[in-house]
Design a protein around this ligand. Sequence first.
Ligand code: CA
Length: 392
Amino acid sequence: MKSGIFALCALVALAEPAAADFASCKQQIKAQAGADGVSQATLSHALDGLEPNDAVSFLGVQPEFTTPIWDYMAGLVDDERVRDGQARFAEYRQAAQAAQRRFGVDAAAIVAVWGVESDFGKSFGGRPIVQSLATLACTPNRRSDYFRSELIAALKILNHGDVRLEEFNGSWAGAFGNTQFMPSTFLRLAVDLDGDGKRDVINSVPDALGSTANFLHHAGWVPSLPWGFEVKLPADYHGPSGRGAKKPLAFWAGHGLAHVNGAPLSGGGAYGLLLPSGPHGPAFLVSRNFDAFYSYNAAESYALAIGVLSDRLKGGPGVVTPWPTDDPGIPRVERKEVQALLAQRGYDIGGKIDGVMGAKTREAIADYEQKIGMKRDGRAGKKLLASLRAGK
Ligand code: CA
């Protein structure tokens, strides 16, 4: 309590200079954007009267609990997303195929990025982009220069009329629309696939799919290659691994690797061996196209989710080899059930039952685990759900 009062006093003491700093920072940004051709009308509309928001509170936040790869995959590539994705793929087949023809990128991969980035347009993030970026640019932090250049890019987008200020919402860090592009990425790579004269990744799914395809094309997509595929490792495998060590398939065949169904490896292209959970879990050979997914969001788990989802959208089986755990991850529908069962027991899950394992939900899980004598790791897996279902 005492430290809370002290923090409040410190905050009040700082408030006035901070407000002055924010105002003068906005003035500098106006001058810079104005010099870059953004009109005074656009700048006034976007920045006058703007106050900082809470975006800075998300910077450098380390989650209290880690997420194993099998939880990550179970949430991003579940039956619900495959079902939704196949329906959306059918609905936008023409646009996805037009994007594939124009940029050479697999249509299912484009739709998979859409599915992971915004759940096929269902969740864009509702934070005002200009306000968040102005806050992040004008509050001292390690990445303020980066956020300042993204803010200038956002002002250019508004100035050009591609997006209206009222609809310019997204993540706390400035990503927006169906494809969650950063403003500078939008300026560089967004395309007008539907041909209405505007590049619009918020309201036009065809533009969003085309822009994603253009991104992957620029990230080095090779039209003749798959992103990768699951393989079977010999039991005593001791060769190289890592997506950077790319070798021809003959090399991998020589080390005893085969397709996961046992078929021999053949064909062109160079692949690296990805072992996301070590040598005793699923193994994948991944191509340059996997690296293109990685360029979209720099995490191998992310790139793997996109690849596996794209296969499943085409009717593929997904990951065949079991993850090396006795407590597998659960899909979003079962995460919602976990939240509902915790809420029934009086735990605060931090708002609505949405299947999102946010900080509050994970704290509630950890408290419940402690109470019933499970390992306190804050994760929702099969064992936790079984215990809740059993009425413990
Ligand atoms: Ca358009």
